[in-house]
Every structure is written in structure tokens, then in C-alpha cells.
Design a protein. Structure first.
Length: 231
């Protein structure tokens, strides 16, 4: 579904992504883990066309979308929930969702979104600034779904959320997989990543150095954590 092949990205003279390879089959959830600053956000920004790669390719359903403008990548079926959520504080819940709508949503019309996010239904006329962190995160995911994505890129969605809300987020992510959405989940919260991801990948210095199915990852977790994740 989503393939990264030898992806390289520079910020000026800094060589950030140094040959990222990843093949994410349809309907699966891949967790991408790694210490601060290794290039996780840069990976999703590069996929999304927000940062131009200096080499390699991004394939969606076998078609190269490398270096396409972001709006065209979005239209091809990739949605991105950025770190920090970027909710419009002065718009209502419904307006925040509607700004992302290109044409009347087919797969995820509002009533269906509210089924998946009951807390948003109750808050639909509230402004973004009036929502809790958890509600803002749900809103950011809801907004991404309105475009009927095939692939959803989530950048640290659990950041700053209380454990109960993280559990709710896990429920939503699992539900989306059942609905056939393919998900790349960047996380610092290893418990969440492990709970929902089918496969886990670890990035070190702009490269994926370890990949495993969830069961193997669980079995190797202690060594993997000590080797690649602890500071
Ligand atoms: N716009 C930018 N210009 C220059 N350097 C940048 C820019 N954005 C990120 N970087 C640098 O690129 C490297 C990778 O950053 P990136 O945000 O991809 O890391 P990350 O793995 O997402 O980290 P974190 O876990 O802190 O979110 C870092 O060293 C960062 O300082
Ligand atoms: Mg990041």
C-alpha cells in the first residue's frame, strides 16, 4: 500500500533521512519508534510532500507520488495528523472537520464520525479552544478521516494525553484498521504502539534499523529498548 524506498531528506546541509526503506501492506498498522530527533516526523512530512526528498521514492499502491505537492498526495488518499494536532481554536468542532472536506465525505460522513468519536458529538458546537487535549486529538483524527484516506499518518497522537484517553485512542486506531485504513503510527508511547501495531519499526539516525511483527517485538522488547530506545 505504502512503500518507502531509499528515502533521503536533507534540511540544508543536514542529512536527516539516510535511506529509509519501509513496505506497509494494506490494512495494517505499522508503529514507528525511535529516540528524539532521529527523523520520524521528517519521514511523515516527506511522505506527505511537505519536505522534498533528496533521493529515493514514495509509492502509494505501486504508483510513485514522490515530490508531488501535498494537496495532490492528500487527494491520492494519504492523510496526516501532525504532532501538536493543529486544531483551529476559534472554529467549532464541526467547522474544524468541514475545513478539511473536499467534497461530501463518502466513507466518513459526520454521523459516522460521531459514532466513532462520541465525545465529539456532544461537543460539536464547542470551539476548538474549549476542548480537552484528548478531544482535540480525536478531532484531529476525525478531520483526517473526512477525506476518506487509504493511508493515515499519525505523529505521536498520545502525546500529553491521560492514560484513559490513550486507551480510547487505541480503540479508535484498532477500529480504523478494521475499516481497512492503513496506518503509520509514530509513537514514543511504546505500550500504545505495541498494543495496536501489527509490526514495529525502529529508526536510528534516519534509517530503519529494526523491524518485527508484534509478537517477535514483544519477545525482544527488553533488548530492543536498551539498544535503540533508551537515552
Ligand atoms: N525544519 C527543519 N530545519 C532544520 N532541521 C530540522 C527541521 N526539522 C527538523 N530538523 C532536524 O532534523 C532532525 C530530525 O527531526 P524530526 O523532527 O524528524 O525528529 P523526530 O524523530 O520526529 O523527533 P521527536 O521524537 O523529537 O519528534 C532533528 O535533528 C531536527 O533538529
Ligand atoms: Mg517528531
Amino acid at each position: 500500500m505504502l512503500t518507502l524506498a531509499g528515502l533521503n531528506t536533507h534540511y540544508g546541509a543536514s542529512h536527516i533521512l539516510q535511506g529509509v526503506d519501509l513496505d506497509l501492506p494494506r490494512g495494517r498498522i505499522a508503529g514507528l519508534l525511535g529516540r528524539n530527533g532521529v527523523g520520524k516526523t521528517t519521514t511523515v512530512k516527506t511522505i506527505m510532500g511537505l519536505v522534498p526528498p533528496s533521493g529515493g521514492s514514495v509509492l502509494l499502491d505501486g504508483r510513485a507520488i514522490t515530490s508531488w505537492p501535498a494537496h495532490k498526495i492528500a487527494r491520492a488518499g494519504v492523510a496526516y495528523v501532525p504532532e501538536g494536532r493543529l486544531i483551529f481554536p476559534d472554529l467549532s468542532v464541526v467547522e474544524n472537520i468541514k475545513v478539511a472536506e473536499r467534497s461530501p465525505a463518502k466513507a466518513w460522513p459526520l454521523p459516522r464520525l460521531f459514532e466513532l468519536f462520541p465525545s465529539l458529538r456532544e461537543r460539536q458546537t464547542n470551539r476548538g479552544s474549549e476542548l480537552s487535549g484528548g478531544e482535540q486529538q480525536m478531532l484531529a483524527v476525525a478531520r483526517a478521516l473526512i477525506s476518506d484516506p487509504k493511508v493515515l499518518l499519525l505523529d505521536e497522537p498520545s502525546q500529553g494525553l491521560a492514560p484513559l484517553v490513550v486507551r480510547e485512542l487505541a480503540r479508535v486506531i484498532r477500529h480504523l484498521r478494521e475499516e481497512g485504513v492503513t496506518i503509520l503510527l509514530i509513537e514514543q508511547n511504546m505500550k500504545l504502539a505495541e498494543a495496536v501495531a501489527d509490526e514495529l519499526h525502529i529508526m536510528v539516525k534516519g534509517r530503519i534499523v529494526y523491524s518485527a511483527e508484534r509478537d517477535r517485538f514483544r519477545a525482544e522488547e527488553a533488548q530492543v529498548r536498551a539498544r535503540y530506545l533508551t537515552v
